[in-house]
Design a binder for this molecule. Structure first.
Ligand code: NAD
Ligand code: TDX
Length: 330
């Protein structure tokens, strides 16, 4: 198998690459990644069967040359941070929509299997007391420039499946955590604030709920769908990990030996989605997938330890990130 992984030097893409390198040691993997501020070649260092092709998915010729030599493409590359999309939406339109269009045209030209990575945010948000969770039948209702461009990318994939018989599957996953996540995101931001002797920053009242899954479980879900998923279908990936932001910050502070009330409330995110929740029963029942990291407190403690041990990995991005948040008052 010759596998092309777009965005494979980012947080989840590199987790997937390390996962596949362990689980399928005879596969050849090319990571096709522009190495934007969010990508880091160190994330995939030292893996024998992995080669990095540093290029843009919007560059049709470069992408075509890479896809032509592949048996399958897993498409992670995206602009991924909601706060950035509210500040500057254009890179999201470019990479998430135009980039996905180029990926689709390349796999169509060469008859290559595609798995498209997406998010639960395409479904909008739920009330705190809504008994329903997102399913593959939930209507799309995205809120932010990030989630609307991801929703648009999913719709392009569906159209290319139906109109051109592209052999594709889609997965929509909930919020990921684990090592190698950029410090702009909620959990690593708070961990590194505490490690720097500062206070975590909770948007608004902190009531918002996210459905947390360890990146390793996302990766095993994607590999399962790539190998055994039904072409043309959408699978939701989640591990029943709903937690309010306030509870996560308090748990982190406790795990790190600080008073659980030792955090600040800062300006809320405009249009802030209230709650996400995933029903992953299709992936569990039809494909037999099971998450391994179901103890959130243990997973979080291990993630704290990783950031404690790997300051050299995050130190350079920390100052830049906090300078951006300073301007936004968050
Ligand atoms: P990330 O921002 O950490 O990584 C994105 C990667 O894509 C980086 O390595 C970056 O260099 C690369 N990239 C960006 N623009 C590119 C371009 N034009 N050409 C080539 N490479 C480019 O993101 P992540 O959190 O790892 O998310 C990966 C994917 O998973 C995204 O599609 C995202 O929408 C999806 N997703 C993320 C989460 C989450 O909780 N983080 C949850 C569900 C789905
Ligand atoms: O400092 C913060 N304080 C805070 O309260 C930050 C950075 C975030 N938050 C809140 C906002 C959200 O309710 O924490 C929650 C999680 O925020 P993010 O880490 O920015 O994630 P979210 O906006 O939920 O989106 C994430 O999950 C779905 C990923 O970034 C997306 O790529 C993915 O699609």
């Amino acid at each position: 198998m010759k596998l092309l992984v777009t965005g494979g030097a980012g947080f989840i893409g590199s987790n997937f690459v390390r996962h596949v390198a362990r689980e399928r040691p005879d596969w050849e993997i090319v990571v096709y990644d522009l190495l934007t501020y969010a990508g880091d070649a160190r994330n995939i260092e030292g893996l024998e069967q992995v080669r990095l092709d540093q290029a843009d998915i919007c560059d049709a010729d470069r992408l075509d040359a890479a896809v032509r030599l592949s048996d399958a493409v897993v498409h992670f590359a995206a602009e991924s941070h909601n706060d950035n999309s509210l500040d500057s939406p254009w890179p999201f339109v470019q990479t998430n929509l135009i980039g996905t269009y180029q990926v689709l045209e390349a796999v169509r030209r060469h008859g290559v299997r595609l798995h498209h990575i997406s998010t639960d945010e395409v479904y909008g948000d739920l009330e705190l007391d809504d008994p329903a969770k997102f399913t593959p039948q939930t209507p799309y209702n995205p809120s932010s420039p990030y989630s609307s461009t991801k929703a648009g990318s999913d719709l392009l994939v569906r159209a290319w499946v139906r109109s051109f018989e592209v052999q594709a599957t889609i997965s929509n996953c909930s919020n990921n955590y684990g090592p190698y996540q950029h410090v702009e995101k909620f959990i690593p931001r708070q961990i590194t604030e505490v490690l720097d002797g500062r206070r975590p920053k909770l948007y608004g009242a902190g009531q918002n709920v996210r459905d947390w899954i360890h990146a390793e479980d996302h990766s095993s879900g994607v590999l399962t769908i790539l190998e055994r998923g039904q072409l043309g279908e959408t699978y939701l990936i989640g591990a029943e990990g709903e937690q309010s932001n306030k509870d996560v910050v308090e748990l982190l502070l406790t795990l790190m030996g600080r008073d659980p009330g030792d955090y600040d409330h800062v300006n809320d995110r405009p249009g802030h989605d209230l709650r996400y929740a995933i029903d992953a029963s299709r992936l569990r029942d039809e494909l037999g997938w099971r998450p391994l990291y179901q103890d959130f407190e243990r997973g979080l403690a291990a993630t704290v330890e990783w950031y404690r041990q790997n300051e050299s990995w995050w130190r350079a991005q920390k100052a830049q990130t906090e300078a951006k948040y300073e301007v936004l008052g968050r």
